[in-house]
Ligand binder design. Structure first.
Ligand SMILES: C[S@@+](CC[C@H](N)C(=O)[O-])C[C@H]1O[C@@H](n2cnc3c(N)ncnc32)[C@H](O)[C@@H]1O
Length: 201
């Protein structure tokens, strides 16, 4: 996989649809590795990515996950979906909106997920959209499952990001922030969230 090919696909989708893509370039390797650090090693695990884009995080997850584990990616942008099908044939790609997560997964026989890794542009979403997607995540996440996502450091104090953090704190028993990944452009950090109690239904 050539990073140039990923970059070209990303920039062309972002130019067509900037408010859906929400970034100017794919995440860098260091950020992808922090996102993927929560991936389970269990061969029976199911991991779902939301907003995989060109698949750079998918690649990092693949490096950590057992080959037998199920790895599904839900992507809304048709250009990204085609790119993923061409360049990451090992990834199970579902074209759709994360707001319909439970149904999209049920359609492919999944009712419980061990880890959800999000690349969604949360700060672009309304309060209702953020809440709607997090409700879907809570419904599919297994008890003890992990949800992770990233935020750019320079937007951490924006009201939409603060609102998102509050939502995470309402949705999970434990919300951890990783150190800043300075090598990413722009620098970013990850939320790692876990429910120790019962999962949603
Ligand atoms: C900021 S990019 C991140 C891409 C990749 N994960 C990365 O880190 O480089 C956001 C991705 O989320 C996708 N996306 C945005 N809204 C979505 C939604 N409601 N459901 C599924 N995917 C969505 C976009 O098409 C885009 O591929």
């Amino acid at each position: 996989m050539t990073p140039a090919r990923d970059l070209l696909a990303f920039v062309s989708s972002a130019a067509r649809n900037p408010t859906v893509i929400g970034a100017v370039a794919p995440s860098g390797r260091a950020l992808c590795d922090v996102l993927a650090s929560v991936a389970p090693e269990d061969p029976a695990a199911t991991v779902v990515e939301l907003g995989p884009g060109t698949g750079v995080v998918s690649q990092a997850l693949r490096r950590r996950m057992a080959p037998e584990a199920r790895h599904v990616a839900v992507e809304i942008d048709p250009g990204m979906v085609s790119h993923l099908a061409r360049t990451r044939p090992w990834l199970e790609v579902v074209r759709g909106d994360a707001k319909d997560l439970q149904k999209l997964l049920a359609d492919i026989g999944i009712t419980r997920v061990d880890t959800v890794v999000s690349g969604l542009p949360w700060t672009l979403f309304s309060r209702e959209a953020q809440r709607g997607i997090m409700e879907q995540v809570s419904r599919v996440l297994a008890p003890g499952g992990v949800f992770t996502t990233f935020a750019y450091r320079h937007v951490m104090n924006l009201p939409t990001q603060r609102r998102f953090r509050e939502l995470l704190e309402q949705s999970f028993d434990e919300v951890r922030l990783t150190p800043t990944v300075w090598r990413n452009v722009p620098p970013a950090l990850c939320y790692q969230c876990r429910n120790v109690g019962a999962g949603g239904s």
